[in-house]
Design a protein around this ligand. Structure first.
Ligand SMILES: O=C(O)CC1=CCC(=O)O1
Length: 265
């Protein structure tokens, strides 16, 4: 991984694939890292430039002030979106196809509303204009700050994957849960507080970039109804449903990547 702005604001990223090819950028979900996109990166980097980064407070990216303000002070969705623009500016990349899942999808929606000209196409997977409730996210932030990542990690597999997938592919499940366990509680909590505040419901209609919405039929966190609600408000948006729970890019990886490739062609 390479580092932009080493230090507290550092963003860890990888850029692979043929130089000069169009760039597709990936954004991770809460508690995971850029490596959760490995299957998509392996395939797409054969003919596209693939840019992945760890969201601030995750993986090798910095905490960017999460600690400086103490418990209760989090990031904002505008900061998460601003990091994307900072990275693109630093790499001299004018436009990208952007694909984000869950929190990363919400970051993509923010970019669609506030930085549309930087996007060619937008893929928003397992996400919503408003995810969960402010009370739920604040309670989760408080919990990780008080008890660390273990209690949250203990329930992650059930939130992210169907029972069938957990039984069939335990190594993949353990790998993702391991990313969550390795998260810095300060960074994770600061992202929870960004989600507590984030609400793009009144702004979605401002998105004019071609948009693909991906929903998991068994996702209990961001539901098919959430995706259909966005589809009705984003002009020309297309919505596909996959046989998966919340991390559909992992659980239904072949179908997910097929739809992504088709949409990017
Ligand atoms: O871990 C969860 O609760 C699922 C989730 C919500 C937002 C996100 O990025 O992941």
């Amino acid at each position: 991984m390479r580092l932009l702005d080493p230090g507290a604001r550092q963003l860890a990223y990888t850029l692979e694939g043929p130089e000069g090819a169009p760039v597709v950028m990936f954004s991770n979900s809460l508690g995971t890292t850029a490596s959760s996109w490995q299957p998509q990166a392996d395939l797409l980097s054969r003919h596209l430039r693939v840019l992945r980064y760890d969201t601030r407070g995750h993986g090798m990216s910095g905490l960017a002030g999460a600690q400086a303000h103490g418990p209760g002070r989090g990031y904002t969705l505008a900061q998460l979106g601003g990091d994307v623009l900072r990275l693109l500016d630093a790499l001299d990349i004018e436009t990208v196809d952007f694909c984000g899942i869950s929190m990363g999808g919400l970051t993509g929606l923010w970019l669609g509303v506030h930085a549309g000209p930087r996007l060619r196409r937008l893929v928003v997977a397992n996400s919503a204009a408003r995810i969960g409730t402010a009370e739920g996210w604040t309670a989760r932030a408080d919990q990780v700050l008080a008890q660390g990542m273990d209690p949250i990690a203990a329930g992650a597999a059930e939130r992210w994957f169907t029972p069938d997938f957990r039984a069939r592919v335990p190594a993949a499940v353990d790998g993702l849960v391991g990313q969550l366990q390795a998260c810095d509680p300060q960074g994770y909590a600061a992202c929870c507080l960004a989600l507590a505040e984030a609400d793009l419901r009144a702004e979605l209609a401002a998105i004019s970039v071609p948009t693909l919405l991906v929903a998991g039929r068994e996702d209990p966190v961001t539901t098919v109804d959430d995706a259909r609600w966005m589809e009705a408000r984003i002009a020309g948006a297309e919505c596909v449903e996959l046989p998966a729970s919340h991390l559909s890019s992992v659980e239904a990886e072949p179908e997910f990547t097929r739809h992504l490739q088709r949409f990017l062609e």
